[in-house]
Design a protein around this ligand. Structure first.
Ligand code: PRP
Ligand code: URA
Length: 208
């Protein structure tokens, strides 16, 4: 698996703002969207292109356009939802799938409650999004589901990752390209990322 760590100052700056416990829900949600867009710009640099014919005021010419309908953005619910609009702003014709997973608070094991992917999933470039890659359990389960449904070309974008999650995901799915906004120090005893930003879903949706 190739792992790409973001180095752009704008991404670093915005992630620092996200970490601040005083950042409001509205600001946090905007930052998630902006970071997703900036990371999407990087992650989609090898996006499939097709030729189209365009008539300029001078002449007809064949020029490249993004094969946008071939892209599937797949957020892991809930927190991944916050990243969708940022990437969709870059590729408005991208199709959206959803995978519902939650971590059991005691065991930290992921549990699936929803999965709906755009067909034909086997032909699409798939970008799975979730702001947090902690133990890696949710990411691995999400990629497992996508592969079971026939998905092949898979990228995974997380804004903050723990070394434990990067290791687990790269070992379980070495074919998946991983894009990480910032690699943090470690997990704590509750499997939260340190220093992290707390519970991403709660901060996006204002549920705590
Ligand atoms: C969070 C986060 C990831 C998962 C990461 O979701 O958005 O999906 O935890 O942890 P892991 O790498 O240890 O699996 P959570 O289960 O809290 O659900 P939520 O998005 O509905 O809040
Ligand atoms: N999920 C989160 O939202 N935050 C963490 O730090 C770990 C898992």
């Amino acid at each position: 698996m190739s792992v790409c760590y973001m180095t752009h100052p704008l991404i670093k700056h915005k992630i620092t703002l996200m970490r601040n416990e005083k950042t409001s829900t509205k600001e946090f949600r905007n930052l998630v969207e902006e970071v997703a867009m900036l990371m999407g710009y990087e992650a989609l640099s090898d996006l499939q292109m097709i030729e189209t014919t365009v008539k300029t005021p001078i002449e007809e010419t064949k020029q490249p356009v993004i094969a946008g309908k071939k892209l599937a953005i797949v957020p892991i619910l809930r927190a991944g939802l916050g990243m969708v609009s940022g990437i969709q702003a870059l590729v408005p014709s991208a199709r959206i799938g959803h995978i519902g997973l939650y971590r059991d608070p005691e065991t930290h094991e992921p549990h699936e409650y929803y999965c709906k992917l755009p067909e034909p999933i086997e032909e699409r470039q798939i970008v799975v999004v979730d702001p947090m890659l902690a133990t890696g359990g949710s990411a691995i389960a999400a990629v497992d589901f996508i592969k079971q449904h026939g998905g092949k070309q898979i990228k995974f974008m997380s804004i903050i990752a723990a070394p434990e999650g990067v290791k687990a995901l790269t070992q379980a799915h070495p074919d998946v390209q991983l894009y990480v906004g910032c690699l943090d120090r470690c997990l704590n005893e509750n499997a939260y990322i340190c220093p992290g930003l707390g519970d991403a879903g709660d901060r996006i949706f204002g549920t705590k």
